[in-house]
Design a protein around this ligand. Structure first.
Ligand code: NAP
Length: 434
């Protein structure tokens, strides 16, 4: 008998789970379900368009998708085309790898004003996510405030100040390239509520800021400590030391060096987004860090801006028929096991942290649970799903179909770009004659 496994979500966590099941040598079939016709989740829609090297991990995922065990069921939405209880009836194991595609709110008054756009939405927009292609952000502002000091904040700041030529090797969609090029943006403020040592961005991403054609990073030397101080974790220590060295190097830049500027504003806690219906600025309280926490000093300042992008982390939405911890915004589980037969991996299990490979151990853990819980299996899995979706008239996108979509995107790519992404699901399906 064969264990039938359905994995919902085909981002890194989903693929690492499939890979772990295969490597474990479990006699299983693995069906990879995605609501979009395209696989790879955040690799396609989250990783910045100018970070094509990072996106190359999808080649390894493709090998997994092409393994005998696996089938891709694209354009199949759980909750619309099929329910989770139905999948549980059909499959011995169902793995939730649905990620955290929504914005966490910063909890700052005024966040509901026009001109405040969360990072998940903004990143989805410049990555041609079909749900966000029509976001149409108003970029008609000289200054932009990006709240947060993580890698997402730094990605957004960089994409906003890079020139079209610098993005030529990327898969930034034309509508976003045109909107950014036409925008009058000259100053992007990266607002960290804590200091440079506490900032979460990594060093490669930080250093890129010093290598831009039309923009320079601006850092106030008075905000930089002489040393990092002793940290418990040696890896953290090395990263923070590198970041501090890079930020010290950045103090040589002056605003007259380039027409655009990325201001690293540390110790700045947003307390209010200002304006009427539309954003006109942001009010911040200066802080100092006490026992690792940002503590207000009672001193306030304002930055005039027409766009505020909170990049303060993502959140998962509750999954129907699964217990959900609202506070942590993750499904309730014990070491990845929700109940025997249902497992969680990746950001819906851990919350939105870590790099792509951080999801690998989740996959291994889920594979161990599946091997321990599912015995020899016996549920029909793929046969039942295929029949059910056919009866419901769902146009399933197979992996072969995806490769046709991908080939069409590559064929349509401008000169040095890797692909021109389709921006809507109907456009993708049209390639398949559907
Ligand atoms: P993140 O790394 O958790 O950073 C969130 C930032 O928002 C932190 O600076 C945090 O400050 C700040 N923040 C949170 N709540 C806030 C509030 N209410 N007011 C002001 N600031 C607030 O999250 P992320 O940038 O969204 O990234 C998510 C994950 O994806 C991370 O693990 C990241 O490394 C990864 N990622 C990696 C790459 C890459 O490798 N190139 C690219 C993109 C994303 P505190 O620290 O003070 O809480």
């Amino acid at each position: 008998m064969t264990v039938s496994v359905a994995i919902i979500g085909t981002g890194p966590a989903g693929f690492y789970t499939a890979d772990a099941l295969i490597k474990k040598g479990l006699d299983c079939t693995i069906d990879l379900i995605d609501r979009l016709p395209t696989p790879y989740g955040l690799i396609r829609f989250g990783v910045a368009p100018d970070h094509q090297t990072t996106k190359k991990v999808s080649r390894a995922f493709e090998k997994t998708a092409l393994a005998d065990h696996c089938r891709f069921f694209g354009n199949v939405e759980v909750g619309r085309d099929i329910s989770l209880p139905e999948l549980r009836e059909m499959y011995d194991a169902v793995v939730l790898a649905v990620g955290a595609g929504h914005d966490r709110h910063a909890g700052v008054p005024g966040e509901d004003k026009k001109g405040v756009i969360g990072s998940a939405a903004f990143v989805g927009w410049y990555n041609a996510h079909p749900d966000l292609r029509h976001l149409n952000p108003d970029l008609n502002s000289k200054s932009v405030a990006v709240i947060g000091n993580g890698n997402v904040a730094i990605d957004i700041a960089r994409v906003l100040v890079k020139t079209r030529e610098e993005m030529a090797d990327s898969d930034l969609p034309e509508y976003a390239a045109a909107a950014i090029e036409a925008a009058p943006i000259t100053d992007v403020y990266m607002l960290g509520r804590r200091g440079p040592i506490e900032a979460k961005f990594t060093n490669v991403e930080l250093r890129e800021m010093g290598e831009l054609k039309n923009a320079v990073p601006l850092v106030d030397p008075a905000q930089l400590p002489d040393e990092v101080g002793a940290l418990d974790n040696p890896r953290d220590q090395r990263l923070k030391e590198k970041n501090l060295a890079t930020l010290k190097e950045f103090t040589r830049f002056k605003s007259s060096d380039a027409p655009k500027h990325v201001h690293f504003s540390f110790y700045a806690n947003p307390v209010e987004i200002l304006g009427g219906e539309h954003v006109e600025g942001i009010r911040l309280e200066k802080t100092h860090v006490v026992d690792g926490r940002a503590t207000g000093t009672g001193e306030f300042f304002e930055i005039e801006c027409g766009l505020v992008i909170p990049a303060v982390g993502y959140r998962s939405l509750p999954v129907a028929d699964v217990p959900f911890d609202e506070k942590q915004a993750i499904v309730v589980h014990k070491d990845g096991r929700v109940v025997p037969g249902v497992y969680a991996v990746g950001w819906v299990k851990r919350g939105p942290s870590g790099v792509i490979s951080t999801n690998r151990p989740d996959g291994a853990m889920a594979a161990d649970h599946i091997a321990a819980d599912c015995g020899e299996g016996g549920k029909p899995g793929r046969v039942a799903l295929t029949k059910c979706l056919a009866e419901r008239g769902v146009r399933v996108v197979t992996f072969e179909d995806w490769k046709l979509i991908e080939s069409a995107e590559v064929a349509a790519a401008p000169a040095s770009a890797p692909r021109r992404k389709f921006e809507t699901v109907p456009e993708m399906l049209a390639v398949l004659g559907a």
